[in-house]
Design a protein around this ligand. Sequence first.
Ligand code: NAD
Ligand code: MG
Length: 393
Amino acid sequence: MKKKKLSILGSTGSIGVSTLQVVERYPERFKILGLTAGQNRVLLEEQIERFKPDVVSLSDEGAAGELKKKRSGLDILSGVEGLIGVATIPEVDMVVSALVGAVGLVPTMSAIRAGKDIALANKETLVMAGDIVMKEAYERGIKILPIDSEHSAIFQCIQGHRHEDIKKLILTASGGPFLNLSTAMLKKVTPQEALKHPNWKMGPKITIDSATLMNKGLEVIEAHYLFGIDVDRINILLHPQSLIHSAVEFKDGSIIAQMSLPDMKGPISYALSYPERLESDMPSLDLAAAGSLTFIEPDPERFPCLILAYAAIREGGTLPAVLSAANEVAVELFLENRIEFIDIPAIIKETMDDHKSSGVYRHRPELDDILDADRWARDEVLKKVQSLKLKIK
Ligand code: NAD
Ligand code: MG
């Protein structure tokens, strides 16, 4: 069997590590050519030892320099150039896009332009630039295979069905740790409490996004671009057991849902091996033991990030990129204890409100316009937080 040659952007993160676990189980199928890490040089070194890539990259030039002293035979890059280098290694067949946040956009675009199939975890890429990404992938015949569990579920549910037969997409959400808290109680939650997700173990940014439900808002936008369905036909349903990962309703009234234990190795395996399925080492999902499955409508009053995400994609242009960037900075400020949990949607809303009159707004943006809007939103959030005299240090 010809091995599929992979690069993993963000190999030291939660998705990156799970991807390497899948690769390790199937050495006859996959070969790692490129890996990248942010700050975690120690873990990257362990991964180099185990997977013997040709090229690696670290965020920091100094850290890359240190590594070069130890590993003379290895091509070691750094910074955004390094991410692009690993994303475009000539022999690579598929790039696993598992960076977190806006930093994923440019290397993922570079991989598409270099003709690589994409296993996509970095949802921010599609939120920021979905039109451009999907158009360029389509023109080059590139496959974008979803890793996000809801999108993997939908992708599995639509296999063998006609696009025109889809009535709506139903994205399920666990609801995060604060599903049942009142607005008054949400005012008091701490980063430590928000970091405790009931069902999934993930990186810090997406864990906070799950607590605010912004993650689901970003996923509505992601689903819109991946599956070409208008957001008015994408619904969110809270499902605290996280066993149904999403569902599709067809025009004849049938709903097809995908179920499995909540483990990202499932959707990662499907993205890496599509259209084949790999044997899993997970136990079977015991439906009798699972008992009842429950579903609840989300409450946008308590979780306004949902309203903001729908508003951003309905308006379009550079607004979704601003939503994503403002959210990214607000989440960082919350994790650093500099703003409150409920400040996150308030700050994003103000930034979005100001964007249209900012001079940076573009209705049909090019990639550079999107990157400008991203920078504008980051500066704007910091200015706002300072002028609001919130707890910024
Ligand atoms: P994470 O924080 O665990 O890992 C992020 C990776 O990106 C790490 O390798 C980190 O070193 C690297 N990185 C971060 N900033 C960087 C920078 N400036 N330069 C270079 N490298 C940088 O994140 P994660 O939970 O693995 O999530 C990755 C993406 O997958 C996100 O977009 C998230 O929304 C999506 N996703 C994650 C999960 C999950 O279960 N973790 C599920 C669905 C979707
Ligand atoms: Mg998801």
